[in-house]
Design a binder for this molecule. Sequence first.
Ligand SMILES: Nc1ncnc2c1ncn2[C@@H]1O[C@H](COP(=O)(O)OP(=O)(O)OP(=O)(O)O)[C@@H](O)[C@H]1O
Ligand SMILES: [Mg+2]
Length: 262
Amino acid sequence: MSLLEISHVDISYGKRITVKDSNLTMDKGEICSIVGESGSGKTTVIRAVLGLLAGGGKVTAGEILFEGKSLLKLNAAQWRALRGHDISMIFQDSGAMMNQTRLIGNSYVEYIRTHENISSREAWEKGAEMLGRMRLPDPDRIMRSYPFQLSGGQRQRVGIAMGMTYQPKLLLADEPTSALDVTTQAQIVRQMMELRDEYGTSIIIVTHDLGVASYMADKVVVMKDGKIEDQGDRDYMLHKTDNAYTRKLMEAVPSLGGKRYV
Ligand SMILES: Nc1ncnc2c1ncn2[C@@H]1O[C@H](COP(=O)(O)OP(=O)(O)OP(=O)(O)O)[C@@H](O)[C@H]1O
Ligand SMILES: [Mg+2]
């Protein structure tokens, strides 16, 4: 059984069908990158997987199965049990998602306490331990900081730590590195790959960067105008596909075939 199976899915905001007839299958421990131009529907697809479509977005056709069970039939309580535990999401700028007027530690404690009935003190310790595991130096200082007191890379590691608190089976990452400089980007990408190796986490990463996509992903999915145009492994993307759009995207990344990206 696949971990995630998206089949023939349409997603609409209001009357307009935004994502059309999309299919994607993911196995446990697989890393999949979604690439494609702005507005092609990448965020829409991963938000649908987490049941968090904005603006009245709805899956209007097809099926999304997680471990063989339909995600489209879950009620609010079932979603609460699943989100954060089995599937979590990290955002483009985790810092911006956090309350700027609260200490990271307090936000983290609140997050943990929505999932687990433990004391604030225990939650604080658990949070600090996760930050340490994400190799954030001096976790206690980070817990006692406000989001704006951290660097972009540190904030993103905090976001990943939060997303990984319960070692989800599937991590959805929407452009998690695009706000960062190239060196920090490379570190975060490596760290996400280590999560897969260490915990067997499957990852869907949305990225504009085909270099990142091909470097880290077992499978690359190319979206265009709300449709999955093409998908396959790195070798297929680089050498085998005869999809004109994929080839055009690939040609725009001259270093891909030769130099290692990270
Ligand atoms: N909340 C919303 N209400 C209405 N339309 C939306 C909403 N969110 C996205 N859309 C539309 O859906 C389409 C796909 O948007 P989406 O955000 O999935 O693109 P994307 O591939 O993630 O783009 P980007 O690379 O810019 O993040 C766009 O045409 C967008 O206008
Ligand atoms: Mg997007």
